[in-house]
Design a protein around this ligand. Sequence first.
Ligand SMILES: [Zn+2]
Length: 327
Amino acid sequence: MHRLQNPGRNSGKATGVGQSATARYIGRFAPSPTGPLHLGSLYTALASFLDARSRQGLWLLRIDDLDAPRNQPGAEQAILDCLKAYGLQWDGEIYYQSRHLTDYEAAINRLQQHVYGCVCSRKELAAYPDVYPGFCRHLPRPQIAHALRIKTCNTVTGFTDAVQGEIRRNVALQDGDFIIKRKDGVIAYQLAVVVDDHAQQVNQVVRGYDLLDATPKQIFLQTLLGYPQPAYMHVPVIVDRHGNKLSKQTCAQAVDLHQAATTLHLLLFLLKQNPPPALRTAGVADILDWAIAHWRPGQLVGCPGMESPPDRQSKMSLSTDSKITEK
Ligand SMILES: [Zn+2]
């Protein structure tokens, strides 16, 4: 990803992702039910929630449950329980991706002239880890099981991220023809998120820096489908002491539902919101009220990754204990 710094626009004073004067802010949080929320996912949820609430916006909840084999029994309930315990109350009905399969197929139909079938195996593509070499681009639609790829074109896609600044990417050269439906029939994340954001009228996307590379591909699809482009804010991700993003794959522990106030205070610290020490003893509702009133995402400008500060990290149990504690 080629990043152009634009300090004049983003230095310190950002107050939220850009929005038009007329449209109501609609943001969302979209966890996968593959496990309970860990500190890293809660951090992103909190940033998204605070940005929405500080702009009198709606904050929607979408369950990213398309990849059924990865879904874990009980994970969705654990996520909902966690959001409630932390006071992150969403607006309206929960949106389940698995109930919108016809919407994704309709979008694929609309993209038909830009789509082709690909029968290449993982093994065949092993020598091309970054960009698909286009082997199937000009072949007729295969009669056997195949993935669907989108034909990218050699143009630059750009956007202004509220924290990361100006982003420019040539999707054809840097990503290649990417998959919108997998060979096993599962709709790819890139297409699903574009269709869902449009369906839910989401106009403000706040999510982790690890998804920054996905955004130009999603904008590419939005353009082909004629959808409006949301504003974006990619916040840093929390990494462990080895520099790995906290994730289910790195066995990050679920956050403790009985330490909500303490953990919220820590998350605000990690979001560089400078919560006053006195807030440590406040309740969840009071902490969130303070955080909404004082939300300054511009404080995150210039920190693409985020490591828990060493003195804090030594006091936090991120991987071995059953709860996050802070002295
Ligand atoms: Zn192929």
